[in-house]
Design a protein. Structure first.
Length: 209
């Protein structure tokens, strides 16, 4: 699939397996989500532009490279996407954080917006949208449309687990958006949940039922 990166790194796959385990409690679940996101973020930033700068070491002045003025925004889809934010901020602490609130109609499975707050100058920022689960793709498609409607141009989407149906829907609706995913699962069940999945990511991150 064009613009889709599926990670096969052993550390990511190991942590995903522990994440799936029903015996993994909220404390460890949150830590694993953050760690996996950080590993994914590291690789997803490979295309950041660099520029030559001069620095002075304790020994001498030298030419070296730094990221060339890219402004980053992290936009989690509430609420589960919040669990991935620190994984990005650990690598890019200067990033601004926005929030998009969507809830899914349990009968139609369609997303409905209830909140959207984005950083200023969103049109000039690289926007990382985070959501642990890409199931039907409805929430991701809607969230990215909200960002585009407000001027966002350079957008990446990052998830931990995806269903093939969700990947297809997202790439069809937004072929210009780069998608990063730790694992693609088998399918969606009749209730729109990913199989085998890992349960409700929001409940497991925040310890709710």
């Amino acid at each position: 699939m064009k613009n889709v990166t599926i990670y096969d790194h052993p550390l990511i796959q190991h942590k995903i397996s522990v994440l799936r385990n029903v015996e993994t409690g909220s404390t460890n679940f949150r830590r694993l989500v953050e760690e996996i996101t950080m590993l994914m973020c590291y690789e997803s930033m490979r295309d950041l532009p660099l520029e030559d700068v001069e620095v002075e070491t304790p020994i001498a002045k030298t030419k070296t490279k730094m990221v060339a003025g890219v402004k980053l925004a992290v936009v989690p889809i509430l609420r589960a996407g919040l669990g991935m934010v620190n994984g990005v901020l650990n690598l890019v602490p200067s990033a601004r954080v926005g929030h998009i609130g969507l809830y899914r109609d349990e009968e139609t499975l369609e997303p409905h917006e209830y909140y959207c707050k984005l950083p200023k100058n969103i049109e000039s920022r690289l926007v990382i949208v985070t959501d642990p689960m890409l199931a039907t793709g409805g929430s991701a498609v809607s969230a990215i449309k909200l960002i585009k409607d407000r001027g966002g141009k350079h957008i990446k989407f990052m998830c931990l687990i995806a269903a093939p149906e969700g990947l297809e829907a997202l790439t069809k609706a937004h072929p210009d958006v780069e998608v990063y995913c730790a694992h693609v699962d088998e399918k969606l069940n009749e209730n729109g949940y990913i199989v085998p999945g890992l349960g409700d990511a929001g409940d497991r991150i925040f310890g709710t039922k």
